[in-house]
Write a protein that binds this ligand. Structure first.
Ligand code: WT7
Length: 654
């Protein structure tokens, strides 16, 4: 852990009580919420057991609520059996079969409505197709798809037969895809010929081919959904079209009842060192908190049209596209494209046309759309909106206020939701019918979630506005189960301090006089670019893998829209370019990182120096590099530097 916490410089006094119109429609009253907090406080496990019995349909009811015998490998509802797909789809058939489950809109504006009955049929048919390809309970299936309804159908179909899916974001490169296939030893890849984004075709099948060429021996079959219809290669014996795989498959598929602890999915996320971690989630506990957060934070009601703009390649797209909203019988919007195509009115146009009532997006998108000006959203009818949400990184008060006034017309509460891939669902967030919100604060922990700030000794910080480590002191149902195939890494990453007593989130935060949480940022070397965690280490390894690069260090610096920009300091094999400028090489390295990891990780800036600043023990002085990248004055002791003349080089001044 670093020796210093970040000093908080943000002072924000504005308060926003829930609007009367919102309160009128809510199902969560102050009394109800108070009762929830109270019962969680009295007996946390009994509280979650009660929620699990109310919110989930069990094939075999659980008797044990929580098994802590192998802590920190906590196991919720271990002797209960259920099926996630059953809880999302079959439960709707009796009352809601004709209700729209999915409103899909393609990049080009093509729209499909899929009812719960139809979704059930399509999931069952595809689940049978998976079985016919030899997939059964516990097998790993990689999903590398555009943001289309079939991505959710593929996830639900895996869940239906107990196969463990691992969705890889469609923007990731062949080499990232390959790493994930190999780490999961997946038998099957589900992909598409391509997808549409901003008027362009995203190559998915050819990228899959590249990934499979260089290893991935576990893969037996590739199922390809035809989305774009452009020419792609199909390898005989290995590749099969989705529609052919579904041929003659039955439209009924009995769910495979799995233990609540059975892995529902693995999702990779960046850590500070080494390769991405395969975050393993359970079925029962995970689904429970996806549901409870839909109720408490999104106040979900039968008439809502719920739109979470996240891709299914991220945890947000798992909990608030593929599982939570369906398990609560909501109508969801799925959108293939980008917020700025064909213009910056796309989101608002879609909110108007599909009568969206709950809208959930990332600060990076809000900032980009804010830049485009208020005239654009003002030209649409946004009156169906009743609740707005944000996730992924701290939202600056200015963007929060814009969201609240320009989009929400001051009547929609804004829920700033703090959580992580590892937490599975919201942990700290407002309950919009009750909580008085403050721009930039995710407010309070939800019922049953014991979030706290501690110092390095693990002692709770009770003084207001003192920065500390954000920890969760009691296990919760949707918690990460382990790092796939690496129990030790799970322990080292999340339970390294305080005698393994507290879950360490890896964020620092402060609490104000009213106990509201204000997230300050990550404490490890992880960047948050457009709401996505990127390990600096991964970008550094990608750079060093280029033949011209000897050494590199990557840091973040604040960026108006993306939150953080990637700045890379590079030492070349051979001479430093004249004056530190070589535009062709810079472009080549950016493209290279794009190919190795994905476009999102491309350095915004590359600075060349003769060597990197290091401590006596040989550690790169990252804090110094961060200061330099931000253009701040250097206050650290630089006397240990072997060669002080690199300072102007790092500053881009020589
Ligand atoms: C990290 C988790 C959770 C889905 C999206 C990202 C940051 C997330 C907030 C928020 C301030 C936030 C944290 C966290 N973060 N939400 N509302 N306010 N920071 O998932 O990739 O697992 O990243 O994102 O730093 O630890 P993820």
């Amino acid at each position: 852990m670093s020796e210093h916490n970040i000093e908080s410089t943000l002072h924000e006094d504005r308060h926003f009580p829930p609007h009367a119109d919102f309160i009128k429609k809510t199902s969560i009253t102050t009394e109800k919420l108070t009762a929830l907090y109270k019962s969680a406080e009295i007996d946390n496990q009994a509280f979650w057991a009660d929620q699990a019995r109310t919110e989930l349909d069990w094939q075999t009811p659980f008797k044990t609520t929580l098994d802590s015998s192998n802590a920190p490998f906590y196991r919720w509802f271990p002797d209960g059996k259920l099926n996630a797909s059953y809880n999302c789809l079959d439960r709707q058939l009796a009352q809601n079969a004709d209700k729209t489950a999915i409103i899909f809109e393609g990049d080009a504006g093509d729209v499909q409505h899929i009812s719960y009955r139809e979704l059930h049929t399509r999931v069952c048919t595809f689940a049978n197709a998976l079985k016919a390809q030899g997939i059964s309970k516990g097998d790993r299936v990689i999903i590398y798809m555009p943001m289309i309804a079939e991505a959710v159908i593929a996830m639900q179909a895996c869940a239906r037969i107990g196969a463990i899916h691992s969705v890889v974001f469609g923007g990731f490169s062949a080499s990232s895809l390959k790493d994930r296939i190999e780490d999961t030893t997946a038998k099957l890849v589900i992909t598409a010929d391509g997808g549409h984004r901003g008027g362009k075709i995203i190559q998915l099948k050819s990228t899959t081919d590249t990934a499979l060429e260089s290893g991935c021996d576990s893969v037996e079959k590739v199922i390809v959904f035809k989305r774009t219809g452009h020419d792609i290669a199909m390898q005989a014996g290995r590749d099969i079209w989705w529609s052919d795989a579904e041929q003659d498959q039955n439209a009924e598929c009995e769910p495979v009842w799995v233990e609540a602890t059975h892995p529902l999915f693995i999702l990779y996320t960046s850590g500070s060192t080494g390769k991405p971690k395969g975050i393993q989630h359970s079925t029962g506990g995970y689904l429970l908190n996806a549901i409870t957060s839909m109720r408490w934070v999104f106040d979900i009601q039968p008439s809502d049209v719920f739109w979470c703009t996240a891709d299914v390649g991220w945890i947000t797209g798992h909990s608030y596209v593929a599982y939570g909203p369906l398990a609560t019988g909501a109508t969801i919007v799925i959108f293939e494209g980008v917020p700025t195509y064909p213009d910056a009115g796309r989101f608002w146009d879609m909110c108007q046309r599909h009568q969206v009532s709950i809208f959930y997006t990332a600060p990076t998108a809000i900032r980009a759309l804010m830049k485009a000006g208020a005239d654009i959203p003002n030209s649409y009818d946004l009156s169906t909106l009743r609740l707005l949400g944000t996730v992924g990184e701290p939202i600056n008060p200015e963007a929060w206020m814009w969201y609240h006034t320009v989009i929400g017309k001051e009547k929609c509460p804004v829920v700033d939701t703090w959580w992580q891939t590892e937490t599975g669902a919201h942990m700290i967030a407002p309950v919009p019918s009750v909580t008085v919100t403050k721009p930039g604060s995710c407010t309070r922990a939800l019922p049953g979630i014991d979030a706290a700030l501690v110092n390095q000794e693990g002692i709770e910080i009770t003084e207001a506005n003192q920065g500390g480590y954000l920890v969760i002191r009691q296990p919760w149902p949707s918690m990460v189960q382990t790092v796939w195939g690496d129990d030790q890494r799970y322990k080292d990453s999340y339970w390294p301090y305080f005698d393994g007593k507290y879950y360490l989130a890896g964020d620092s935060a402060r609490r104000d006089e009213e106990g509201y949480f204000w997230i300050m940022g990550r404490i490890d070397d992880v960047l948050n670019v457009s709401g996505h965690r990127l390990g600096t280490m991964e970008i550094e390894s990608a750079l060093v893998a280029h033949p011209r690069v000897a050494e590199s260090a990557v840091v973040g610096k604040p960026h108006d829209i993306k939150g953080e920009a990637v700045v890379a300091f590079v030492v070349l094999n051979g001479d430093r370019p004249d004056g530190g400028i070589d535009e062709a090489l810079t472009e080549e390295l950016r493209t290279w990182v794009g190919e190795q990891i994905g476009a999102i990780a491309k350095p915004d800036e590359i600075r060349y120096s003769d060597n990197l600043p290091k401590t006596r023990s040989g550690k790169i002085m990252r804090r110094l590099l961060r200061n330099i990248a931000k253009g701040e004055e250097i206050t650290q002791d630089t006397s240990t530097l072997e060669n002080e003349s690199i300072l102007p080089q790092l500053e881009g001044k020589a």
